[in-house]
Design a protein around this ligand. Structure first.
Ligand SMILES: Cc1cc2nc3c(=O)[nH]c(=O)nc-3n(C[C@H](O)[C@H](O)[C@H](O)COP(=O)(O)O)c2cc1C
Length: 315
């Protein structure tokens, strides 16, 4: 017992020596807050990214939010111009960098073109999801891009590092959209035992206290998604924003019924769409991305949200 107390005390004193800056790229060392805004399908817009970056946190958007690679190209140009103008106007409060989320699953036919666009537009950070690929990391590294890969457990983290990821996004229980089931305590402990490079922790983080807690667990950054859904700049319908503001964590359903991959969804949105799952058919391979493509054609937001809903309520 005494020994265990000593170990705990040593851990606490070690953790209080944050910040941890091992292998941290310069672009990530001067943020106003240690926060990376998480990419959200349909919801993240260039306007939201600009607002995030000019507030001093890393903004992000999924490459696939642009309907085509050409639209992504235009958007990145727009973001670059806006951030350059901000930096000229406020040299003492320069903007934070932004990240582009790339789905590296084989069913993403746009991947190569989107990488070219990111490289040409001077993107400094990419967040890859769904199966790390060495070739993708090599192409991004050759252009000086820092690559985070998102993982839900130790096994996927080790695979991602083996394929060359520079940093990890640890997706813990309660995260919006496709999410893991691990407690952030267990996940961070296991990842830190293997890796001392940059880690962003996600899952129901939306307050300063939670950002502080993420850092205390050994993460370099908090990775925050759902808390940005009900913002003016987000591309969510008014009904979706209202549902986020009105909901509590009891209104979140964790299911694989919609895309074949387990994720957290907002029950009121599912009810409103008449999509309450009863039995879940076994998904066909690649069905997640077929379903993403269908949602895009219908211009629909997913109704995804994590358990970080309390801060969305008006005070
Ligand atoms: C509406 C919505 C859409 C999302 N779309 C994506 C996506 O396209 N790509 C991705 O890597 N993660 C996506 N995510 C997951 C987020 O990037 C992030 O992991 C999650 O929001 C963090 O948890 P939080 O919502 O509790 O803050 C999405 C999350 C939400 C809520």
């Amino acid at each position: 017992m005494l020994e265990m107390r000593r170990e705990l005390a040593a851990d606490v004193s070690k953790r209080s020596r944050i910040p941890r800056m091992t292998r941290m790229p310069a672009a990530l060392q001067h943020l106003a807050l240690p926060v990376i805004a998480a990419p959200m399908f349909i919801v993240s817009t260039p306007r939201l990214v600009i607002a995030q970056c000019t507030s001093g946190i890393v903004g992000s958007l999924p490459a696939l939010n642009g309907r085509t690679s050409e639209q992504l190209d235009e958007w990145l140009g727009e973001i670059n111009d806006a951030l350059a103008a901000w930096d000229r106007a406020y040299p003492e409060r320069r903007s934070a960098p932004y990240a582009v989320n790339l789905i590296v699953h084989r069913s993403n036919a746009r991947l190569e073109r989107d990488i070219e666009v990111c490289v040409r537009r001077g993107v400094k950070i990419c967040i890859t999801s769904l199966g790390a690929q060495a070739a993708v990391n090599d192409a991004l590294h050759a252009a000086g891009v820092f690559v985070f890969h998102d993982v839900i457990n130790r096994r996927f983290a080790l695979k991602a590092l083996e394929k060359g990821a520079d940093g990890l996004v640890a997706v813990a229980v309660g995260a919006g959209g496709h999410a893991g089931t691990k407690s952030p305590f267990a996940l961070m402990q296991e990842l830190r035992a293997e890796f001392d490079g940059p880690i962003a922790l996600s899952g129901a983080i939306a307050t300063g206290d939670a950002v502080f807690a993420a850092r205390a667990l050994g993460a370099d950054f908090a990775y925050v998604g759902s808390a940005f859904i009900a913002t003016e700049e987000a591309a969510a319908s008014d009904a979706y924003k209202a549902a986020v503001v009105a909901a509590s964590s009891d209104d979140i359903l964790y299911t694989n019924c919609f895309t074949g991959v387990h994720g957290n969804y907002l029950l009121p949105s599912i009810r409103a769409a008449g999509r309450i799952p009863t039995t879940c058919p076994r998904p066909a391979p690649g069905s997640r991305w077929n379903s993403v493509a269908r949602s895009r054609r219908r211009g629909r937001t997913s109704g995804a949200a994590g358990r970080a809903l309390l801060p969305c309520k008006p005070s």
